[in-house]
Design a binder for this molecule. Structure first.
Ligand code: ADP
Length: 578
């Protein structure tokens, strides 16, 4: 579907407010035209009456002038109020619409976009879409209707006058702006791209400030950002030049039109086709009619800008979700047992198999460790379970039903995951924990924190559980962030718990203590432990050794240690000395 109708469709739910906005704007323009016209006629009629010593009823026109003046001023206020109300309603709806479309894509479908780029699509691009109503649709509707009304009014006096006026209105309102639009399309599109690239560079620079400083690359990054900023300014200058020239040209055209109307009017008065007292009114109505098209050049300029922003928004929206939810509600699984049979995954259709022929059983309450070097496919396995990615071959079953029959959200409700790099929000410790279980009381919170061996660290913070963790948990150490994330996962009462490298960065003693308390705290849950460290594995029901996307060995710690296994070799090399 082309972009403009698709955009306009987004406005449909707000058509009442938007229509009202157009109506009020139209009333303002018409009131202004009427004010000028009646005032012109009134002065001329009074002068004419005075010249012949006659009398006329001046109360009615005087009241009309006052009424139109009030209507114009009050209308302007109302116009701002209504159009902004419409805009804000549309804007908030649009953000929710965008979020609802983007959410199912996260995280796998969004890996092609950088965070600054997405941020700019959510912020600036959506604001630009908003311009379509306020700065394009309203002025256009007002222009067309008011031009036709002016034509109808003038045609009652002289068709030629009405036609000349309409021609000039079309020139100022359509031909000039279209030229400007053509001139502005390229810099307009470039402007959106450039401002998005600049935002990206700035966000990237701020987030990576530490690395840039450490590698002495700050100056180069600064120069790069500076270049982008100059490119943006150049485009903005070009857009301003176009806007300036068009505005000057339309001023000249307007005055030319008024001048022509005066000449023609004088001729018509001479030919007695128009009464003398009507002449000032007609000239002033011609002048006033240009107010209706005054905003069109700007409207066309915004159109280029808005359509470029719409393209960027629709590109994100149209990204196919990596995992499609089934149309029906999720089935009720018998239990929380998981089975993998011949599961295979590729990240690209013709790429290498990241997982191949995976067979694995995780009946309820079982503890299984998956070990293997980096790149073996351990994290890929998790992304299948939480439905961030779709498997290509084989099947995974939960309580007897294929994972494909579950909605992603329902799957994720059953599973609590601590990823390798857990994210903490820039909020208090408590708020970060409550994310997993909003109703949890202090007793449950502390129990989870104790099981994750983080309670003492948290209690020692200046404000205990109410201390802020900083952006992404910067005020805590890497090990603390991980243990806080474990506490959060424990708080979520899901039957399956997946821990990806939970003890990374901990010394051997803390690692052992954490594993002990975790095993005790999760005795009634299924536990999938992913690690390349080899401690506490004798406490697991099964250990699966992965390499190159396959499970190459399975068995208990004791079984695997008995044979001439890869696991035994790994133990000999990697296991921490007791
Ligand atoms: P592990 O968790 O054991 O370190 P991963 O599951 O992260 O291993 O990776 C398994 C394989 O899949 C690796 O070869 C890796 O390069 C590839 N891979 C992982 N994530 C992606 C991704 N988002 N896009 C493409 N390939 C990926």
């Amino acid at each position: 579907m082309s972009r403009l109708p698709r955009l306009v469709r987004l406005f449909l739910p707000y058509w009442r407010w938007m229509g009202l906005g157009v109506l009020v704007s139209l009333v303002v323009v018409l009131a202004n035209m009427a004010l000028l016209g009646v005032a012109g006629w009134f002065l001329a009629a009074m002068a004419a009456a005075g010249a012949v010593g006659g009398i006329m009823n001046y109360l009615l026109p005087a009241a009309a002038i006052r009424a139109f003046a009030i209507l114009r001023t009050g209308g302007r206020y109302l116009e701002r109020l209504v159009t902004h109300e419409a805009t804000l309603r549309f804007l908030s709806g649009l953000r929710v619409w965008f979020y609802e479309h983007v959410e199912p894509l996260a995280p796998a479908g969004l890996q092609g976009y950088q965070s600054g780029d997405l941020l700019s699509r959510i912020g600036a691009d959506i604001d630009s879409l908003n311009n379509l109503y306020l700065r394009t649709l309203v002025p256009m509707a007002v222009a067309v209707i008011s031009a036709l009304l002016a034509f109808a009014f003038l045609a009652r006096y002289s068709l030629a006058l009405a036609a000349i006026n309409l021609a000039f209105l079309a020139l100022v309102g359509a031909a000039l702006p279209m030229t400007a639009h053509r001139l502005g399309a390229l810099p307009g599109a470039r402007l959106v791209e450039a401002s998005s690239r600049l935002r990206l560079a700035v966000v990237d620079g701020v987030q990576g400030m530490g690395e840039l400083a450490a590698f002495g690359a700050a100056r180069a990054h600064l120069e790069q950002t500076d270049l982008l900023s100059h490119a943006l300014t150049a485009d903005q200058e070009q857009m301003s030049r176009i806007a300036g020239s068009v505005s000057a040209a339309s001023g000249v055209m307007t005055n030319l039109s008024v001048w022509l109307a005066t000449l023609l009017g004088v001729v018509l008065v001479h030919q007695r086709q128009v009464a003398t007292v009507d002449l000032p009114m007609l000239i002033l109505v011609v002048m006033g009619s240009f107010e209706g098209v005054a905003l069109l050049p700007q409207a066309y300029q915004y159109l280029g800008h808005t359509l470029a922003a719409a393209r960027r928004i629709f590109t994100v929206i149209d990204t196919p979700p990596p995992v499609a939810d089934p149309p029906d509600a999720s089935p009720q699984p018998r239990d929380s047992g998981l089975e993998f049979r011949g599961v295979g995954l590729r990240y690209t259709p013709s790429g290498p198999w990241a997982l191949a022929d995976i067979d694995l059983d995780l009946p309820h309450g079982r503890r299984v460790a998956i070990i293997g070097p980096s790149g073996a496919g351990k994290s890929s396995l998790i992304s299948l379970l939480v439905r961030f990615r779709e498997y290509e071959t084989g099947d995974i079953r939960l309580g007897g039903y294929s994972l494909r029959s579950f909605r992603g959200e329902d799957m994720r409700r059953m599973i609590s995951v601590v990823p390798q790099r857990p994210h903490l929000f820039n909020a208090t410790v408590r708020e970060n924990l409550l994310l997993a279980s909003p109703g949890a009381d202090q007793v449950r919170i502390e129990a989870a924190a104790k099981a994750a061996q983080i309670h003492e660290d948290l209690a020692a913070l200046p404000e205990g559980y109410d201390s802020f963790v900083g952006e992404a948990g910067l005020k805590l150490s890497g090990g603390q962030v991980r243990r806080l994330a474990i506490a959060r996962a424990l708080l979520k009462d899901a039957p399956v718990l997946i821990l990806d490298e939970p003890t990374e960065g901990l010394d051997a003693a803390t690692e052992r203590a954490l594993m002990e308390s975790l095993l005790a705290a999760t005795s009634n849950r299924t536990l999938l432990l992913i690690t390349h460290r080899l401690s506490a594995l004798e406490r697991m029901d099964e250990v699966a050794v992965m390499e190159g996307g396959r499970i190459i060995e399975r068995g208990s710690h004791a079984d695997l240690m008995n044979g001439n296994t890869r696991y035994r070799q790994m133990q000999a090399v990697l296991a921490p000395s007791p």
